[in-house]
Design a protein around this ligand. Structure first.
Ligand SMILES: [Zn+2]
Length: 361
């Protein structure tokens, strides 16, 4: 019941951060390359003292669960999680302890109990340039089981605001909120939730390259026993399609079994290389370091009838059209890899739509 004592003390949050939480904070401090000590100014000119003053202040007050603990929500949770523990069903059912937060959630319409202090802290951090947010971890403690019929109430406190930290995502402050969840007035559990409010460090790929850094290579394919044959074919400039030995159905991408009959025996046939654009998208965002947006990603229907996702080359991204005839070729993308791509087979000076309307369709 130590946790219950902590939670009920109502004292300054620095006293309530116990056990593993303190250890984590120390580790963060040690690792925080951007930390300049408690009195350091943050990038936006907000002092750490000013942020730290929010510790112990309420984040949400006198919240009430929108529904009592109830069997339908328990059943839905167990189905979604695949949890068949018999403790969660039947006349003496308890709620799965990990549902703790679910009973406090506001749903689409939200709760109106969020405190002014929480909004102020976020506004301060936003104003200091820490405009991004990512949830980093949560911890829960369970003090008594919840049962159908329990009425849930909760309060939340801003438990800690870390010194400024530099992470791979960027520089900012960790904010830990602790929610005390009560059932019919009795403390049933606590839910600690930590977020990082930060200024993003990520630079766009183009900026990195402007700075003289080499362009990162294409992502490596994951090659395993189920698809190794495909990549062996690519290395020999052959596009191989799996064929079920039992029923003859062609399949792509490569899979361990046949979708048509379940057969696991297969051989492979080489694609002729002829195909058409079945569908496509033009990628603008988000940018990936190895690629130069915008570019067209095509879903190519091969003459054999199966489809493959690939690049359409030899035509500007905004001239790719559904139905456009294409032919396989192999494109060297870096020192290690060649990949199957599809080249538009009409003249680049032709009007794409006209060519499709008059020819392939
Ligand atoms: Zn089959």
């Amino acid at each position: 019941m130590n946790a219950a004592g902590r939670a009920d003390s109502g004292g300054p949050a620095v006293d309530t951060a116990g056990g593993a939480d303190s250890g984590r904070s120390s580790a963060e401090t040690a690792a925080g390359a951007g930390s300049g000590g408690p009195s350091a100014e943050t990038a936006g000119g907000v002092s750490y003292e000013r942020l730290k003053a929010y510790e112990g202040r309420p984040a949400a007050v006198a919240g009430v669960g929108k529904d009592r603990v109830n069997e339908p929500m328990i059943r839905h949770w167990c189905e979604a999680m695949g949890d068949t523990n018999p403790a969660y069903a039947g006349p003496d059912a308890i709620a799965p302890p990990t549902m703790l937060q679910a009973w406090t959630m506001g749903g689409l319409s939200g709760h109106d109990g969020r405190s002014a202090a929480y909004d102020e802290l976020f506004a301060l951090l936003d104003g200091a340039g820490y405009t991004s947010v990512v949830a980093t971890d949560c911890e829960q403690e369970y003090l008594r089981p919840l049962r159908p019929g329990d009425e849930i109430t909760f309060d939340a406190v801003i438990e800690s605001v870390s010194e400024r930290k530099t992470t791979k995502l960027g520089t900012g402050h960790f904010v830990t909120t602790r929610m005390d969840v009560r059932a019919d007035g009795e403390l049933a559990g606590t839910h600690r939730f930590r977020i990082l409010k930060y200024a993003p460090a990520a630079r766009r790929a183009t900026e990195a390259r402007r700075a003289g850094e080499p362009k990162p290579g294409r992502p490596r394919p994951v090659i395993n026993r189920d698809n190794a044959g495909f990549w062996e074919g690519v290395a020999q400039h052959r596009l191989l399609i799996q064929r079920c030995r039992a029923c003859g159905t062609l399949r792509f991408p490569w899979l361990p079994g046949c979708n048509a009959c379940g057969g696991q025996e297969w051989d492979a046939v080489e694609a002729s290389g002829e195909g058409t654009v079945f569908s496509y998208v033009v990628m603008h965002h988000p940018p990936f370091p190895a690629f130069d947006p915008p570019y067209a990603v095509g879903l190519i229907e091969l003459a054999e009838g199966v489809r493959i996702v690939s690049n359409v080359v030899g035509v500007p991204y905004d001239k790719v059209r559904i139905g456009m005839p294409v032919r396989l070729e192999f494109l060297r993308v870096d020192d290690e890899w060649e990949l199957p791509v599809f080249r538009a087979t009409f003249s680049a000076t032709e009007d794409a739509a006209g060519s499709v309307a008059g020819g392939a369709v």
